[in-house]
Design a protein. Structure first.
Length: 89
């Protein structure tokens, strides 16, 4: 295995992890901004009020995006396993 092929595998893994995590992180960011704006507007400083909507949004996001995430992860795994013979040289 050459250093270039190892770098290629690692960069593919990082990009796959980025694309799998990015939608959920953006969803959490958007919900956090909305909840914080509501807290500022109502002067409500309860920590449970900010936690539960984010958890619900993440759960909903994971359930809705799970088929897409599994397709991405499966495609990456198939790509790595199909090119393992070139990496083994």
């Amino acid at each position: 295995m050459t250093p270039e092929s190892a770098i290629h595998i690692i960069s593919q893994a990082f990009m796959s992890a980025f694309w799998l995590a990015a939608p959920l992180l953006l969803l959490g960011f958007a919900v956090g901004i909305v909840v914080n704006l509501i807290q500022v507007a109502t002067s409500l400083q309860d920590s449970a009020f900010s936690t539960f909507p984010r958890l619900a949004a993440f759960l909903t996001g994971v359930l809705l995006m799970m088929p897409w995430m599994l397709k991405k992860l499966t495609a990456y795994t198939i790509d790595v396993f199909s090119s393992i013979s070139t990496y083994a040289r």
